[in-house]
Design a protein around this ligand. Structure first.
Ligand code: 5AD
Ligand code: SF4
Length: 464
């Protein structure tokens, strides 16, 4: 039996908790908001007697938390759902959550017969009850939006050791013509400032010192009383917090108040990820980004004037419908003008139901042209980033050690301006702040030599 349910209507607290503790494995795709949502799901399920595990092999529940932003993100998940079959026991329950679940709804159940649950981003509260139902052989789709849902009472189960992802806003009220997010995450709504501050205080009690505030257009945050500037000031002042970051802002929502807060609150890091998407005003208009090339540049100039040493990264789409050579050249020239520290670059992917798919078919940019432009863009962005990084060699910076690097020997750390720095140090230093000199760069990442092992805050020894 397949049932479509409203997640709020279910009373998870009435659900029976089976014993012994069933295990749950969640695999996460896509953005940091999904990482944060997976932490919420783990937290919710743990509170209902489930034990989180980090491999799918033999788990009682496997959830795949999905992304729908580009077609290849969905193709990967479809492939992965097939692979996960081999880890299933006869009674394992498989659920699909997140943006792809929201977008496709019951169609997921038709495409993958071993899936029992399809739950959108506003339905996670009901997971324990839905899993109980699935155990009785039922199948569920829960994809209603719930504009009140911020999971305030759910304590996230965090796996990241040194920083915490904190959703402060869900959904999006912009309607960029390429973007599926307003469809998959619904209208914009913000948490109350005191609730966010309370969560940040809890994070500090758990020993973390860096928070990343999350929202689709995070700087349009408003709880009716407070704006994003208030939020930055309140979070930045929480005792024990040393670094505040946020992602992703929209260029149109950088009020003078927000820029002043960034400049004045010492814990707010000197880095902004500022999605540009295109450097051409005519293209930005077709994308419905609501700013021109000149306005984007003005925004950058205001921020740079207020925040010395500001690092800027961005998102760029190549091959949006109708992209002419001239428009693409405008994107390259804007990259040269701004000199981004780094960029995420994407080939346009048409998403069913978005306005871009209703543009004239003759506007479609041929694959070969898209690939050629994409390669040129990558070379340009990487070249600039390399030049920027070479100019930094010899600088002394404070880094937060995040984890053991992929090579297994060095530790991976991050500067306040978001540079990745590999440091030779003992794994016991994870979570510590070190002062390092940037001694080498691959062009993209740095190697750093500690100039002192002492966390900056440690009192200096008395002399004399
Ligand atoms: N095709 C390609 N890239 C996209 N993005 C969003 N939608 C699409 C799409 N349909 C990119 C944008 C956004 C980032 C998260 O993903 O650059 O900022
Ligand atoms: Fe998508 Fe635009 Fe909203 Fe970002 S601002 S989530 S790109 S619609």
């Amino acid at each position: 039996m397949t049932t479509t349910v409203n997640a709020r209507a279910l009373q998870p607290d009435d659900a029976t908790t089976p014993a012994p503790r069933p295990t749950v494995y969640i695999e996460t795709y896509g953005c940091q908001m999904n990482v944060a949502d997976s932490e919420l799901m783990y937290g919710k399920l743990q509170a209902h007697g489930y034990a989180p595990v980090d491999v799918p092999d033999g788990a009682d529940v496997i959830l795949v938390n999905t992304c729908a932003i580009r077609e290849n993100a969905e193709t990967r998940v479809i492939g992965r759902l097939g692979e996960l079959r081999r880890f299933m026991k006869p009674d394992t329950i498989v659920g699909v959550t997140g943006c792809m679940a929201q977008r496709l709804g019951p169609r997921v159940l038709d495409q993958a017969r071993h899936v029992s649950l399809v739950v959108g981003p506003d339905g996670y509260r009901a997971l324990p009850a839905l899993l109980d139902g699935a155990r009785r052989g039922e199948k569920f789709t829960a994809t209603d939006f719930d504009l009140e849902e911020h999971y305030e009472d759910v304590v996230a189960r965090r796996f990241e050791g040194v920083k915490a992802w904190i959703p402060v806003q869900r959904g999006c009220d912009y309607r960029c013509t390429y973007c599926i997010v307003p469809t998959t995450r619904g209208p914009e709504r913000s948490r109350q400032l005191p609730d966010v501050v309370r969560e940040v205080q809890q994070v500090v009690e758990q020993g973390l010192t860096e928070v990343v505030l999350l929202g689709q257009t995070v700087n349009s945050y408003t709880d009716g009383t407070h704006d994003f500037a208030d939020l930055l000031r309140a979070v930045g002042a929480v005792d024990g917090i040393r670094r505040v970051r946020y992602t992703s802002p929209h260029p149109n929502d950088f009020s003078d108040r927000v820029i002043a807060a960034m400049a004045e609150v010492p814990t707010v890091c000197e880095h902004i990820h500022l999605p540009m998407q295109s450097g051409s005003t005519s293209m930005l208009k077709r994308m419905l980004r609501r700013y021109t090339r000149e306005e984007y540049l003005k925004c950058v100039a205001r921020m740079r004037a207020a925040i010395p040493g500001l690092a800027l990264t961005t998102d760029i789409i190549v091959g949006f419908p109708g992209e002419t050579d001239e428009e693409f050249e405008d994107t390259l020239s804007l990259c040269r003008e701004v000199r981004f520290d780094d960029a995420f670059m994407f080939k346009f992917s048409p998403r069913e139901g978005t306005p871009a798919t209703r543009m004239p078919p003759e506007w479609t940019v041929p694959d070969a042209v898209v690939t050629e432009r994409f390669d040129r863009l990558v070379a340009t962005v990487r070249g600039i980033s390399r030049e920027n990084n070479l100019a930094r060699l010899g600088d002394t910076v404070e880094v937060l050690v995040e984890k053991v690097a992929r090579d297994g020997e060095l530790l991976q750390a991050r500067s306040r301006d978001f540079k990745t720095v590999m440091v030779p140090a003992d794994a016991a230093k994870i979570g510590d702040y070190l002062v390092v000199q940037l001694t080498g760069t691959t062009g993209a990442t740095f190697t750093g030599t500690p100039v002192t092992n002492k966390p900056e805050r440690q009192p200096l020894p008395m002399v004399g």
